[in-house]
Design a protein around this ligand. Structure first.
Ligand code: PEP
Length: 300
């Protein structure tokens, strides 16, 4: 390590320690507010598959395999809070037809991206209102591929989160550390910083619609899954941050997904953790059998 990197690391460490100390969570243990949180599984198709025909075949496959086992429009109201909510994020051109294919079995669709302005001369962009009008209920915000490949910063992510909730939709806000940040042992500092910047100005009431996805960047698309207990520890820390930013009620009601190379093999142990409320799935959501197995995780 050369001197400037060592100095940078030291300074970052000191800055983060100070930041986290400032955020020092109040204890939430034993507060008796352990709200039941409805599990939520999401499939992020990213820029896949290549054609509309393939997209519809995948949607049909998922619909067939999940059948009545999801939070379908069942008459059983008692089941509503415990059945698993499922959201699919197809690329823009496929959203409407995928929605038509999956809505009858109770699946929801969302958009992977949008621009926070309402309309105007923004060639190539789509607005929150546009995707809402074709039936999207959820929006991904702050996905690491948007942060890194498209240089999206926290200021814009914050504008997007606010736009989504103001439009009556629900953001899935993705946060998480890179491999370098993991190696520097500052994953909690990174998550705390992203939460405070990305949720700036979001009210307590609006938090009822916000889902957080903890996605260690080094685990996305790499086949490296974060250990279930290790992930849960970060989820607990995220709740502590939410307690500090809002209150214990918000911390306990907010659903927090884990994302990063989730597979049928890893889902059961992840979902057995008390603070993991669902998964955001990339690669495995492109294979109907894998995604349906993930949705139908086994309760250990
Ligand atoms: C993602 O896209 O958010 C993701 C977690 O991808 P993967 O499951 O492929 O790691």
């Amino acid at each position: 390590m050369n001197l400037s990197i060592a100095l940078y690391t030291l300074m970052l460490g000191i800055a983060c320690d100070a930041f986290v100390a400032q955020l020092k969570p109040r204890s939430i243990s034993g507060m008796g507010l352990n709200a039941a949180r409805q599990p939520i599984m999401a499939g992020n198709w990213k820029m896949n598959p290549g054609t509309e025909e393939e997209a519809l075949a995948l949607a049909e496959g998922v619909a067939k395999l999940l059948g009545e086992e999801t939070c379908a429009l069942s008459d059983d109201e008692a089941n509503e809070d415990t059945c698993t909510e499922v959201v699919i994020f197809p690329p823009f051109p496929f959203i409407s037809k995928v929605k038509d294919t999956v809505e009858d079995i109770g699946l929801t669709v969302g958009a992977q991206n949008f621009f926070f302005e309402d309309k105007g001369a923004f060639t190539g962009s789509v607005s929150a209102g546009m995707v809402k009008s074709v039936g999207c209920e959820y929006m991904l915000c702050g996905h690491s591929e948007r942060r890194t490949l498209f240089e999206e910063g926290d200021v814009n992510i914050n504008l997007k989160v606010k736009k989504v909730v103001e439009s009556g939709m629900k953001p899935i806000l993705c946060i998480g550390e890179t491999k370098d940040e993991f190696d520097l042992n500052i994953k909690k500092e990174v998550c705390a910083m992203q939460l405070s910047k990305d949720l700036f100005g979001v009210t307590k009431e609006q938090m009822a619609d916000v889902v957080i996805a903890y996605e260690p960047v080094w685990a996305i698309g790499t086949g490296l899954v974060c250990g279930a207990e290790e992930a849960n520890e970060v989820h607990v820390f995220i709740r502590e941050c939410l307690t500090n930013m809002y209150d214990e009620e918000v911390a306990q009601q907010t659903r927090i997904q884990y994302g990063g190379s989730v597979t049928p093999e890893s889902v059961d142990s992840l979902m057995a953790q008390p603070d993991i409320d669902g998964c955001l799935v990339g690669g495995a959501s492109l294979v109907d059998e894998k995604f349906s197995r993930i949705v139908n995780f086994k309760k250990l």
